[in-house]
Ligand binder design. Structure first.
Ligand SMILES: Nc1nc2c(ncn2[C@@H]2O[C@H](COP(=O)(O)OP(=O)(O)OP(=O)(O)O)[C@@H](O)[C@H]2O)c(=O)[nH]1
Ligand SMILES: [Mg+2]
Length: 483
């Protein structure tokens, strides 16, 4: 079975999440209104959707870069930012998605199947959403998270729609070269083509795949020439196109005789068991006749004489020249119409509406010594890295909030267990901190998450010592770090 591999590298970026808003409600005579900063909107996703109307990856060869919309920032008065627009990419049934390293991510089968290739960034929480019992008036908000950026390879193994069959040197390879981007070898001796060639042909809105197979000669069924072996490459073609040489100098040949000889061979081809029974045998397949080499004056005359005979047999004939390109547009549209007709005949599978997502990010948190920094540690983990990206390091409260979150999921305990000393440089997602364990600060060993804000409206009892605690405890960004 011949399959044609259409491959394209896609560079996609999901939208960034919008930043959360830090705002305080203001109303006449109520100077100390509560926090009312809204959340940022989610960034848009980049989504692949199987569409039975799409047959090749041609579009992506032209537009390999795709970017979804960013989420909008939150605003005061608890207004959330708008969600970023998704980008929907329509792909053919049977598209295989691979990561850049070749690992298969997903095999997209069935009309309507969706796969989220790149996930939009979460919006940052606004300060209204960050209120807790201990942090009553947060003076900060979280940044939106950047959208995922992914390079992926789309691969489509498709089967040809049209098979070009005919005698050696009839011009099959010349023809596929003149109507598609395929560039097979062309020469004036028989059996130039030893392996099938495939090309994508466009005609108006329709695209289809044409296969050029090695030539057939009388007796092919009994093994003459290259035999019938290569006909398995056209077994699943919905349409056959006889390519006939109208300029042959051999006295015992003419277009109708060649056509008959090829038909005799086709009739003897039994094929493999795997053929789609809706298509029927090769002998029953719809076919047209391409009368080639019309640029040669004698050949054109012969072609015109043959047309009525073909019509009498119920066959459509097209007079073309692969060399001068005459008649090729008409041929492309005629083939497209037959291919579309065959596609419409094949019942479509009911939409499956399967939504596939990449496996959830690994929640594991790994702490290890930093090989590049003496006494330093690296912290890996989806959550800590995301939280660092969402933190406004210019805001002490925001940094304190990050410290609380990290302690709560056990990063602090893991650092201590790994032997980190107070003051050790700890790197998370590209940002380095001086690690200050909370046990340094609180006499009790158990960590107590607490408000670290300096906002005036924090209850005085909560604020006691806050400034000192903050100064000692906050995770400081080292001056050598890029912002
Ligand atoms: N004048 C003229 N010559 C053509 C035309 N098409 C093909 N030829 C010539 O015919 C010869 C055979 O062309 P190919 O395209 O290799 O024929 P093929 O059918 O692929 O042959 P095999 O691969 O051997 O089966 C080459 O010398 C071509 O240049 C045409 O439209 N006009
Ligand atoms: Mg050839």
């Amino acid at each position: 079975m011949s399959s044609f591999i259409d491959r394209v590298m896609l560079h996609v970026a999901a939208g960034d999440g919008g930043h959360g808003c830090a705002s305080i409600h203001r109303e006449k005579f109520k100077p100390l209104g509560g926090p009312d900063g809204g959340n940022g909107g989610r960034g848009g996703d980049v989504v692949l959707v199987v569409d039975a109307g799409v047959h090749t990856l041609l579009d992506f060869h032209h537009h390999p870069h795709q970017r979804a919309g960013n989420g909008r920032p939150g605003q005061g008065s608890n207004r959330s930012g708008a969600t970023g627009d998704d980008v929907i990419l329509r792909v053919p049934d049977g598209t295989v998605v691979q990561a850049k390293n070749g690992a298969e991510l997903v095999d997209l089968v069935g009309e309507g199947t969706r796969y989220v290739l790149a996930t939009g960034g979460q919006g940052g929480l606004g300060n209204a959403a960050l209120v807790s019992r201990r942090r009553k008036a947060p003076g900060f908000a979280l940044f939106g998270e950047p959208g995922q950026e992914i390079d992926a390879v789309l691969e489509l193994k498709s089967v040809a729609d049209v098979g070009l069959i005919g005698f050696p040197s009839a011009g099959k390879s010349s023809l596929i070269a003149s109507i598609s981007a395929a560039r097979p070898k062309v020469a004036d001796y028989p059996f130039t083509t030893l392996v099938p060639n495939l090309g994508v042909v466009a005609a108006g809105d329709s695209t289809f795949i044409v296969a050029d197979v090695p030539g057939l000669i009388p007796g092919a069924a009994s093994g003459k020439g290259l035999g019938l072996e290569f006909l398995r490459h056209v077994e699943r073609c919905a349409v056959l196109a006889h390519v006939v040489d109208c300029a042959t100098a051999e006295h015992d040949r003419d277009p109708l005789a060649d056509l008959d000889a090829v038909e005799v061979e086709l009739a003897q081809y039994t094929g493999s068991a795997a053929v789609d029974d809706r298509l029927g045998s090769l002998a029953e397949r719809p076919r047209i006749v391409v009368l080639n080499k019309a640029d040669v004056p004698d050949a054109r005359e012969i072609a015109e004489m043959v047309l009525p005979d073909l019509r009498a047999r119920g066959l459509a004939g097209y007079i073309v020249s692969a060399v001068s390109h005459e008649g090729l547009d008409e041929l492309r549209y005629a083939l497209a119409a037959r291919v579309e007709h065959a596609r419409a005949d094949r019942p479509r599978a009911a939409p499956t509406r399967i939504v596939l997502r990449p496996p959830p990010a690994d929640e594991a948190i790994v702490v290890e010594p930093d090989p590049r920094v003496e006494g330093g540690f690296l912290v890996h983990g989806a959550k800590p890295e995301r939280w660092v990206r969402q933190t406004d390091f210019a805001n002490d409260e925001a940094v304190g909030y990050l410290g609380d979150r990290l302690a709560r999921i056990g990063v602090e305990a893991q650092l201590a267990a790994s032997g980190a000393m107070s003051g050790a440089p700890v790197r998370i997602g590209g940002v380095t901190f001086d690690w200050r364990p909370s046990s340094d600060l609180d006499s009790d060993a158990a960590y107590l998450p607490g408000p670290r804000g300096t906002d005036e409206r924090v209850a005085p009892s909560d604020r006691r010592g806050a400034a000192e605690r903050l100064a000692a405890k906050r995770a400081r960004r080292r001056p050598d770090e890029p912002a």
